[in-house]
Design a protein around this ligand. Structure first.
Ligand code: HEC
Ligand code: HEC
Ligand code: HEC
Ligand code: HEC
Ligand code: HEC
Length: 488
């Protein structure tokens, strides 16, 4: 037992001083490490990148993965955390996946399809499976990593959720910290394997009947004529976009998105919206017909997608930046939404363990990066993301109460902390928010899924000026508001 040995040493007079010296020396070392503690948070821009495996007949999407990262200097009692913008190098790699030639025949056809001549294992943006990320504003990125879903050790079975490794180096080349976000990629574009089409050639033959092109002149890149924002290709004038024709043509045949999107094996929708809230694709995107119809009505495919902040979803306090997608938006502290919440379709906590690896490493548990200390090094004195103040929520009883109710806080008036008791009869996402006299939300005490029971929320309002405030509890359809007084 390690500590017993230490204790015996302590009592062996002579050695004690050496031990104490060593201890102090260690504290000194640790202290200096803490003084410049860095973390890196990484993610993929999409929840899933699809790619064809075989490019000999037709190409929908090439191997093309995008990684993002933000580097933070952890704060302390006197300093806020800071997102670093210079002086660092961030490398990327996918351990266990070091080559792509042979795992796909993309490099046999890239000149015919995209008019470029690439070195083996180099993707359309000139990047390979490992290298350095580029800095832009306050984040690092690499685009077009030509990743396949086959690891070096298994060329048969898809591994759609491989972990990338991002490592941060300082100016002198010293490795400071690293992280392991998922780099999702799938070959499950199921035209044939779904049982719908007998072969890819047959798809081309059918297309010719529509008066499209010569199917013998392969491979065919669909985006040559059908505009495709995923590839940044504008297509041929007058020809409808690829998303529009695909969803329109198939709308009467299927409403199962996994017939084409990856897929029965990959399960690209794997985040909390599915696992905890039972959402399916149609809940956010509508039916296959709707995906096509909205484009006919003017929606720009890939650039106009559902949003968390829609008024019938999470509302304006949880919205993306105006006019931007989730993947492009930043929130608290200049951090991307994905830095705290994960990738679109894999919103944390995810049903897939690999997606949770990063936040478990950063804060000790899966889910939203909501532990202030992970970035601040300490508990900040003020509201955090979306006005959230982490409070102590205590389940006093798990018996189902007679009715849902919100009790008067005590003490009241108070300075600086108080306790609010509430009873809930139905499991649900509970929100406890505090508003000022103008009806503006000043912070969130609680935003958590709770089981029925009796709870105490203990919170500290140190940063609030004296005055009258209202606190409101909402769980499912229950809502109640009460008044409280802060006195300084
Ligand atoms: C040489 C140009 C060209 C290429 C390449 C091309 N298409 Fe088309 N496609 C067209 C045109 C033109 C139409 C007719 C558009 C219209 O109805 O206005 C069309 C129509 C379609 C339709 C709708 C058919 C229908 O019955 O209404 C689908 C689906 C489609 N294309 C899929 C594809 C796929 C998949 C690929 C790649 C394998 C592809 N296209 C490649 C030109 C092209
Ligand atoms: C018949 C195959 C097929 C089915 C079924 C299908 N999709 Fe797609 N979808 C595609 C293809 C192919 C693309 C890629 C188009 C591109 O590269 O621009 C796509 C792209 C998309 C996009 C991005 C482009 C855009 O319009 O914004 C969304 C969103 C989408 N699909 C949603 C859905 C949903 C939701 C379902 C099920 C309700 C579904 N799709 C069913 C083939 C399909
Ligand atoms: C909880 C709502 C939600 C559900 C459920 C959902 N999506 Fe999405 N989807 C979004 C949002 C939000 C975006 C835009 C994300 C971004 O790019 O910032 C999006 C974007 C997309 C895109 C465009 C590429 C991308 O990632 O931006 C495709 C394709 C897509 N979804 C397909 C699907 C399919 C297929 C399913 C079901 C397997 C599905 N979605 C389920 C919300 C949802
Ligand atoms: C610094 C971390 C951080 C960033 C950045 C961040 N959030 Fe959050 N988000 C949180 C925390 C913490 C919560 C509340 C606790 C929880 O629900 O787990 C939350 C909750 C949410 C919720 C759930 C609200 C509810 O009704 O339960 C949504 C939706 C959301 N955020 C969207 C966004 C969007 C969109 C962005 C980007 C504009 C964003 N968040 C940026 C940390 C963050
Ligand atoms: C993922 C990292 C991260 C997490 C988690 C995080 N913060 Fe922050 N926070 C930041 C950054 C970065 C800043 C910006 C510092 C700056 O601009 O100087 C910041 C700034 C702040 C500020 C100062 C705002 C201002 O305008 O001066 C407060 C207060 C704060 N955070 C509270 C919180 C609370 C409370 C939590 C936990 C619920 C939290 N933060 C979680 C990264 C984080």
């Amino acid at each position: 037992m390690e500590y017993q040995t230490t204790i015996t040493y302590f009592f062996k007079g002579g050695r004690m001083k050496i031990r104490l010296f060593m201890l102090l020396f260690n504290f000194f070392l640790l202290g200096s490490v803490f003084a410049q503690n860095y973390i890196v948070i990484g993610w993929n821009d999409l929840g899933m990148h699809c790619s064809n495996k075989d490019f000999s007949t037709m190409a929908i999407l090439p191997p093309y993965n995008n990684l993002r990262a933000q580097v933070l200097r952890v704060g302390d009692a006197n300093n806020n955390p800071a997102v670093m913008t210079s002086g660092f190098r961030v490398s990327y790699e996918i351990p266990g996946n070091t080559y792509s030639v042979g795992k796909t025949n993309f490099w046999d056809y890239e000149d015919q399809l995209f008019g470029v001549n690439l070195e083996p294992n180099v993707g359309l943006e000139g990047n390979g499976l490992s290298g350095d990320m580029t800095i832009s504003e306050n984040y690092f990125y690499v685009n077009g990593v030509p990743l396949t879903p086959y690891t070096d050790s298994d060329l048969q079975n898809e591994d759609a959720l491989q972990l990338a490794l991002l490592t941060v180096f300082d100016g002198s080349g010293q490795a400071l910290t690293s992280t392991q976000p998922v780099a999702p990629v799938s070959n499950e574009i199921n035209c044939v394997s779904s049982g719908c089409h007998s072969s890819e050639q047959q798809i081309l033959n059918e297309h010719e009947n529509e008066g499209g092109f010569n199917p013998n002149d392969t491979p065919i890149l669909c985006a040559d004529c059908h505009s495709d924002n995923a590839l940044g290709m504008s297509g041929q004038a007058g020809v409808p976009s690829f998303s529009e024709v695909m969803h329109d043509k198939h709308k009467d045949k299927t409403n199962d998105c996994y017939k084409c999107h990856p897929g029965p094996n990959t399960q690209c929708l794997r985040g909390v919206m599915k696992t905890q809230h039972n959402f399916v694709c149609q809940d956010c995107h509508g039916s296959v017909a709707n995906v096509a119809q909205t484009i006919k009505n003017g929606r720009e495919p890939w650039f106009e997608e559902p949003s968390c902040g829609a008024s019938d979803c999470h509302g304006s306090n949880y919205a993306e930046e105006s006019g931007k997608l989730f993947r492009e938006s930043k929130g608290h502290g200049g951090l991307y939404c994905s830095a705290c919440h994960g990738e679109p379709h894999a919103i944390l906590p995810s049903g897939s363990d690999r997606d949770n690896v990063q936040n478990i490493a950063l804060q000790g548990y899966a889910g939203t990066l909501d532990k202030c200390e992970s970035c601040h090094g300490t508990t900040p004195n003020g509201p955090g993301p979306h006005g959230f103040i982490p409070s102590d929520i205590e389940a006093v009883s798990t018996q189902i109460p007679d009715k849902s109710t919100l009790l008067q806080n005590y003490p009241n008036p108070f300075n600086p902390s108080t306790t609010i008791e509430f009873h809930i009869t139905q499991a649900g996402k509970a929100h406890l928010d505090v508003y000022n006299q103008l009806g503006q939300k000043v912070f969130t005490v609680l935003s958590e899924f709770l089981q029925p029971g009796i709870y105490h929320a203990n919170f500290n309002a140190e940063f609030l000026p004296s005055g009258v405030y209202f606190y409101r509890l909402t769980v499912n359809r229950f809502s109640e508001t009460r008044k409280m007084f802060v006195i300084r």
